[in-house]
Design a protein around this ligand. Sequence first.
Ligand code: ADP
Length: 502
Amino acid sequence: MKRREVLTFVAVLLASAILAVLATLSLRQWEVSAERRLHEQARDMASMIAEKIETAVLKTEEEGLGSLRLTALDPHFTPEMVDAWKARTPFFDRVYLFDRHGKLFYPRRSNSSDAAMLAGLRAEISPGFWDRGGQRHIQLGDQVALVAVIQGSPQGPLLAVLHRSEQGLRRDILEKTLAGLEGQSLLAVLDGSDRPIYTARPLGRAQHVLTVDFGEALPAWRLALYEPAGLSPRDAVRRQAMLFTAVFILLLGVIAFGLAATYRLVRRESEMARLKSDFVANVSHDLKTPLALIRMFAETLEMDRVPDEVSRREYYGVITRESERLTRLIDNVLDFSRIEGGRQRYDMAPGHIEPIVHEVLEAFRYPLAQQGFKVDVHVEPDLPEVRLDPEAMKQALANLVDNAIKYSGEGRRLDVTARREGKDVCIAVSDDGIGIPTREQQRIFEKFYRIGRSETQGRRGSGVGLALVKHIVEAHGGRVTVESGPGAGSRFTLHVPLPGDV
Ligand code: ADP
């Protein structure tokens, strides 16, 4: 590969590496900010719900207190009426009403702990609060109570201490507010010691995400938000990050695949360029040699320097053979260029194989005899006709015979057989020559391909002969096969299908 191509590959690799580093860094940053954002969203949602609960508590308390105030306005206000109010307002489980001097109006009887609690409470209430008719929440032990002055009762101003029931809270507020609000998330109301007071669904293996406080109506309680296992912001972010990473790795894989494919393509292209330039050199050489011979013998004849009639005939023979060789070569090159340009046409007609075999061998009779080949031809009698283009078939066979001679090495044997094999007529050309290694047996049919220089060195050839053979036999609906091994000779077989099987 050229320096420039190597540099391009290195540049692409470097760019991918930089991209990988940048992507990893920004993914990390994104993870952190996405988690923070999801957390903030969850916090906003929890705060909003806490506010809603708080508002609902205040509203329910207000309504309860309002109806108690109305009851107290009755000129015949009695503790029994408070009992009736309590029955109507189960949101509060304990109610105390007493006047400015500490006289308990309701309940009629109190126990000692109530008395202590009320005494403490009275101490906290300022005269101004009595006069203004104030209202506020007060912490009583670990409970919160609503304390309000009720004016206008026949007993004068009364201080009402309303204590809400946990059950009432759960039923009237939490269930109503939280139902249908949660979606995927789970909400739990926790008391001062983080014990869940209320959850709409069992928490199971849900993960705690965050906790927010309520306002003054529920000072000790908090609202906690949980996410089912695998759905917490961290898990969601982690899942997305994994997805991004997977997609990114896929992307890198595609880039690597693209690089490998381009590398192969470039290598093939440069090999093809080398093969083409070899082809031009080989063809020029192949053209030159017979032309030089023809010219030499023609000049000798022209100058009348031939010693006898036998030599003269031999010279004429050489000129004829060399021009035949030239014709074959030029035909090969022209046909090859027609095939490459998609312009090659075959004139198919039913015909016999036998005359083709004999004609081709006749054309090679002289070189075969001169090089001392032992030729064996066996054509099965009564071979059926096949559909063929005789000229193309001759050319294919001639190329195989030419190769058998060229690559014969020391074993000078040529065997040509034609016989029927199943639904094919098979024409096989065998030699005892140098053979072909198994790994090369497919490539030799590629255009311009010639086996390793040392073996083919000195043997003329263009590298398109077998490519042509393959094209021709495939145009006949058949195929060409090779059986060979280094030093064990080769057998090329043309399988031509019988009509009706094409
Ligand atoms: P070439 O013009 O080089 O002969 P071909 O396409 O006819 O081109 O053959 C391709 C290559 O296959 C040859 O270069 C040669 O190495 C190998 N080859 C073809 N026929 C034979 C054979 N009969 N014995 C050994 N090698 C062969």
